[in-house]
Design a protein around this ligand. Structure first.
Ligand SMILES: Cc1cc2nc3c(=O)[nH]c(=O)nc-3n(C[C@H](O)[C@H](O)[C@H](O)COP(=O)(O)OP(=O)(O)OC[C@H]3O[C@@H](n4cnc5c(N)ncnc54)[C@H](O)[C@@H]3O)c2cc1C
Length: 469
């Protein structure tokens, strides 16, 4: 039996690059005779991760940071030798506001990730009515549910309607660019879902197992000094021996003799023993159609929402708002086009010159259909909204817009069962794997962890091929 294992990875975003990196690393360490090819449709690698320098400003088209309490990303950053370039959030300014009809209201104190944990601090908040606070504090006595529900139903049941409307809805909608009426609790917020399942209560769960970063001293969010693209750039630079093809279009996947697979498109044709699909779900569905409609069709039904990022900078001397916090998320009841606004120059140092303030607004189409707006209109409208919300009267000195199109997967109720079903179907096609933001979570640490696990499975396969079972 030949020992060489040909591995084709389709999709060169963070997930595909991480899978390729972990395979390359194992190959070098163990001499597994892997022949890895990474195929990307676009002319560049990195997917939604892209950083730009505009003068002294550092702008991110995609992710701006990652959370430190999920270790996968920080570990990878250190392994890639980028540890010295980690840039922590300014947690001394760690206040987040919710935009309501009345204006900006701070998120309640005493919470750990959407759960009131420290009761005294939570009770002191003016953001919720006394009845809303009492209802939320009754959370530990609410019986657990046995099944996946929407995020909205989960929060209504466990923490009450006011908490859902004023806290959970704006925050979760901002993370997913989606609608909590449809998002699955099990897949969108698996940590909280499991706390209910295993501990019977979010509060009890967090008291037993507090959220901790791998080092207690780490700030809540970590970014990279030269931008998040440093991570994807460092990954592809470490893929020595991997064939990288960009600009590959019209790829099709078909089975061939010997349990292998043909990947064929314009710019590439090759037979693979292993295929890792790390594209968004619709593209993975198209590729799987050549193998199985049973696996392909449910993937094609994973919904995606579009996101537009609008950066605005202002002269600090003219900006009257103190920007004392990380920014705000807009509640469903607010009448703005912007869904969230990060006060970048408060959350991180080194993102803009000291005489400026930098704001990053996200406009999603998950909750309300965004009117078709030109980029100029987006800038004008977002600026007008900020004028009203922050009571400022100066003009932006810089504006920048990036339109992502449908890139944010929406794990809707039943998502986990659908993914299990697809995986079961793929068992009939040994060597075909899925990774990506729609599988194990959209966050950067989640994508890295999902790809690391897939790479481990492939490495096991390579070992068995080389040394026998
Ligand atoms: C605006 C925005 C802000 C975000 N902010 C944060 C944040 O602050 N923190 C955080 O942790 N996460 C954040 N995320 C989420 C995180 O960045 C993404 O979930 C993650 O980068 C997705 O990586 P991916 O490789 O799975 O997908 P993608 O980046 O979408 O990559 C998929 C790749 O597949 C390629 N492809 C598609 N079809 C084909 C085909 N047929 N053949 C070959 N290639 C194909 C695409 O061109 C693309 O390069 C954000 C996401 C967005 C969009």
């Amino acid at each position: 039996m030949p020992s060489r294992l040909r591995v084709g990875i389709v999709g060169g975003g963070l997930s595909g690059l991480a899978a390729a990196y972990y395979l390359t690393r194992a190959n070098a360490a163990e001499g597994l005779d892997l022949e890895i090819t990474l195929l990307e449709k676009a002319s560049r690698l990195g997917g939604v991760v892209r950083s730009r320098r505009v003068g002294e400003f550092l702008l991110e088209d995609g992710p701006e940071a990652f959370v430190s309490y999920k270790p996968a990303a920080q570990e990878l950053v250190n392994e890639l030798g980028l540890g010295a370039d980690l840039l922590g959030s300014r947690d001394d300014r760690r206040k987040v506001y919710v935009l309501d009809r009345e204006g900006l209201v701070p998120l309640p104190e005493g919470m750990v990730f959407l759960a009131p944990v420290r009761r005294r601090a939570f009770w002191s908040t003016a953001s919720l009515s006394p009845a809303g606070k009492v209802r939320a504090l009754l959370e530990p006595w609410v019986p657990r549910s046995q099944m996946d529900t929407s995020v909205r139903k989960f929060f209504h049941r466990r923490l009450g309607r006011e908490f859902t409307r004023r806290v959970a809805e704006p925050l979760v909608s901002a993370i997913y660019g989606g609608n909590i009426r449809h998002l699955s609790m099990e897949s969108a917020l698996p940590l909280l879902y499991r706390l209910e399942q295993n501990q019977g209560s979010l509060r009890k769960g967090f008291l037993r197992r507090p959220l901790k970063s791998s080092s207690q001293s780490l700030p809540l969010f970590l970014a990279l000094r030269k931008g998040m693209q440093q991570l994807t750039d460092a990954l592809w630079k470490r893929l020595g021996g991997t064939q990288i093809r960009t600009g590959v279009s019209g790829l099709r996947l078909t089975p061939v003799a010997g349990g292998r697979y043909l990947l064929k498109g314009s710019g590439f044709e090759g037979v693979q023993d292993v295929v890792i699909l790390s594209t968004p779900a619709p593209a993975a569905s198209g590729l799987l159609a050549g193998l199985t409609s049973e696996g392909s069709s449910p993937l094609g039904r994973v919904p995606y929402t579009s996101t537009r990022i609008v950066y605005l900078a202002y002269r600090r001397s003219e900006f009257s708002h103190p920007l004392n916090g990380f920014g705000f998320v807009a509640s469903e009841g607010s009448d703005t086009v912007l869904d969230a606004c990060t006060w970048v120059s408060s959350k991180f140092d080194e993102r803009c010159p000291p005489d400026s303030v930098l704001l990053r607004c996200a406009v999603h189409d998950g909750r309300r259909r965004r009117a078709a707006m030109s980029e100029d209109e987006s800038v004008a409208r977002t600026h007008r909204e900020l004028e009203r919300i922050l009571k400022i009267s100066c003009s932006p000195t810089l504006s920048y817009v990036w339109d992502h199109g449908p890139v944010m997967p929406q794990p809707v109720v039943g998502h986990a069962r659908r993914i299990e079903g697809i995986r079961a179907t793929l068992n009939r096609f040994p060597g075909v794997y899925l990774t990506g933001a729609f599988i194990g979570g959209v966050g950067i640490p989640d994508c890295i962890e999902t790809s690391r696990k897939v790479a481990e499975e492939v490495v096991d396969r390579a070992r068995k091929r080389m040394y026998g079972d």
